[in-house]
Design a protein around this ligand. Structure first.
Ligand code: NAD
Ligand code: LMR
Length: 340
């Protein structure tokens, strides 16, 4: 399945089966949730995944039984906390661990408002991952991503197994939205629209670089509206769901695309995704994590690309982003220092 292009073409399915050679176990923590269920289903459809392990504090065995009937070859197993070694077994041998565990926003909340609940959920799952899957690619979906990624890094450091090349904040939904929204504005096929989105994953930390897109001409009010829609696309869904949560289906699509990109990279393909990683780009300003284009490889992060040329307007967006990002990252690090 090509997630960059939304069609699931016959040629792509053939490539899929040809390249599905190595064993790739993928684990989802929070698998029975709004994101976890459709994400697990999409992973079941991915022929690069040979074993799917689904863990949640409630409901994962049921989700696993259901998904296991889909007629693709991968094994599916569900785990719950009261299984002996349930979480450990779910994690052991995983090549990729996706973490969408935690609470979503309700209208009127920011992602940072989720910190008090989700920080400890992510910390505890990161501890388990550090112990049982220290070499896996860890993909953090739980919000606030700008803080939960640093939390995970600190936990892995405290266990002596931190590898910055294998920790990713999933910002793929921002890329998916940007390509869709620009295609709506320009009446084009979103499959042909690539928009680089850098920074972090919340409000003004989401920085679309439209000057590097196919439509650098978008200006004035149209540009302001488009940038605002990309930055606050999550709020659009939160508002429409009216208290029933945030984006789940588009997020499942985005998370499955990011997992597929890493699986393809592990099999030798050159794949580039924007993702929130430990980055040298703004370290001189005290900012350790940043999302930019990253070439993925068998080792996880292969090459972190600079943001590239930006115009004055985008520089303004970047300045605002860095201010917020710095606080979000510090908050995550402090949390682990004070609540190890
Ligand atoms: P949800 O409430 O529907 O599902 C969360 C699941 O996590 C539940 O099934 C719950 O039982 C489980 N869970 C809670 N604590 C757990 C633990 N300790 N171990 C294992 N499982 C646990 O929420 P959702 O809509 O799926 O959203 C999940 C998270 O993803 C939220 O924090 C949301 O803000 C975030 N999110 C991120 C992005 C992104 O782009 N990165 C996009 C959408 C949502
Ligand atoms: C999103 O971008 O949809 C997610 O981060 C969920 C949210 O809270 O908006």
């Amino acid at each position: 399945m090509s997630f960059a292009r939304s069609a699931f073409s016959f040629a792509q399915r053939r490539t899929f089966s040809v390249s599905a050679r190595q064993n790739s176990k993928v684990t989802v923590l929070g698998a029975a949730g709004g994101i976890g269920q459709p994400l697990s289903l999409l992973l079941k459809l991915n022929k690069r995944v040979t074993d799917l392990a689904l863990y949640d504090i409630r409901g994962a065995p049921g989700v696993a039984a259901d998904i296991s009937h889909v007629n693709s070859n991968s094994t599916v197993a569900g785990y719950k906390p009261d299984d002996a070694e349930g979480l450990a077994t779910a994690l052991k041998g995983a090549e990729i661990v996706l973490i969408p565990a935690g609470v979503p926003r309700k209208p009127g909340m920011t992602r940072d408002d989720l910190f008090n609940t989700n920080a400890s959920i992510v910390r505890d799952l990161a501890k388990a991952a550090a112990e049982h899957a220290p070499n896996a690619n860890i993909l953090i979906i739980s919000n606030p991503v700008n803080s939960t990624v640093p939390i995970t890094a600190e936990v892995f450091k405290s266990k002596g197994v931190y590898n910055p090349k294998r920790l990713f904040g999933v910002t793929t939904l921002d890329i998916v939205r940007a390509s869709r929204f620009i295609s709506q504005l320009k009446s084009t096929d979103p499959a042909n629209e690539e928009v680089t989105v850098v920074g972090g994953h919340s409000g003004v930390t989401i920085v679309p670089i439209l000057s590097q897109s196919n439509h650098p001409d978008i200006a004035g009010e149209a540009r302001d509206k488009l940038v605002n829609r990309i930055q606050f696309g999550g709020d659009e869904v939160v508002k429409a769901k009216d208290g029933a949560g945030s984006a789940t289906l588009s997020m499942a699509f985005a998370g499955a695309r990011m997992a597929d990109s890493l699986l393809r990279a592990a099999q030798g393909e050159n794949v580039v995704e924007c993702t929130f990683v430990e980055s040298p780009l703004y370290k001189d300003q005290g900012i350790d994590f940043f999302s930019s284009k990253v070439t993925l490889g068998p080792e996880g992060v292969k090459e972190i690309h600079p943001v590239g040329a930006v115009n004055e307007y985008e520089q303004g967006l970047l300045d605002a982003c860095l201010k917020d990002l710095s606080k979000n990252i510090a908050k995550g690090k402090t949390f682990v220092a004070e609540n190890p």
